[in-house]
Write a protein that binds this ligand. Structure first.
Ligand code: 5GP
Ligand code: MG
Length: 164
């Protein structure tokens, strides 16, 4: 399978997110891939923009089923979310359960304005009525396949496909 260049996808995401940031939206990255991406988008934007991270390990409805060992990284939203438009960022969108959990957690901080979802890759396989408004690439994957998002020593990201 020919995988797209992750760095190109980031540029495309950043371009699509820019108008929302111009309108005053804040970035919130879902730990951990989404948090890296939100940071990259913030840098590419150049101007000051509020940035937060969410760790949803405890909020996943299936966290015992998938055997997540919650490494406690507290969520960090250092701004007032009340009425604030938010761009939620994640690396790969699959069943939608992580995003559902992230929104639950986000709403514990207050009632945001418009929430937009940006995902680097949409791999299909949704189990909830959740879609990303901003997508870098649609890459349909089988359940046993996994896309690894790698970060080298310069912070450059790349994609690699793994088959279980
Ligand atoms: P979901 O909750 O939608 O089933 O899965 C999305 C979450 O699991 C995302 O936070 C994402 O990081 C991770 N994930 C699911 N599938 C993949 C994949 O193929 N590659 C990577 N890197 N992460 C994945
Ligand atoms: Mg993740």
């Amino acid at each position: 399978m020919n995988l797209p260049d992750a760095e190109q996808l980031i540029l495309s995401l950043a371009d699509q997110v820019r108008p929302l940031l111009d309108e005053g939206a804040a970035l919130v990255g879902i730990h951990s891939g989404g948090a890296w991406l939100a940071q990259r988008i913030q840098k590419l934007y150049g101007k000051n923009v509020d940035l937060g991270t969410l760790d949803i390990s405890f909020y996943r409805d299936d966290f015992s089923r998938i055997g997540l060992h919650p490494q406690i990284k507290p969520s960090d939203i250092p701004f007032d979310v009340e009425e604030r438009p938010i761009v939620l960022v994640d690396d790969v969108l699959f069943t939608g359960r992580t995003v559902r959990a992230a929104m639950n957690e986000l709403f514990d901080y207050g009632r945001p304005g418009k929430v937009t979802l940006a995902a680097l890759v949409d791999r299909g396989g949704r189990e909830l009525p959740i879609e990303a408004q901003i997508v870098g690439a649609h890459i349909p994957l089988q359940p046993q396949q996994n896309l690894h998002l790698l970060r080298d020593e310069h912070g450059t990201l790349s994609l690699k496909l793994h088959e279980a």
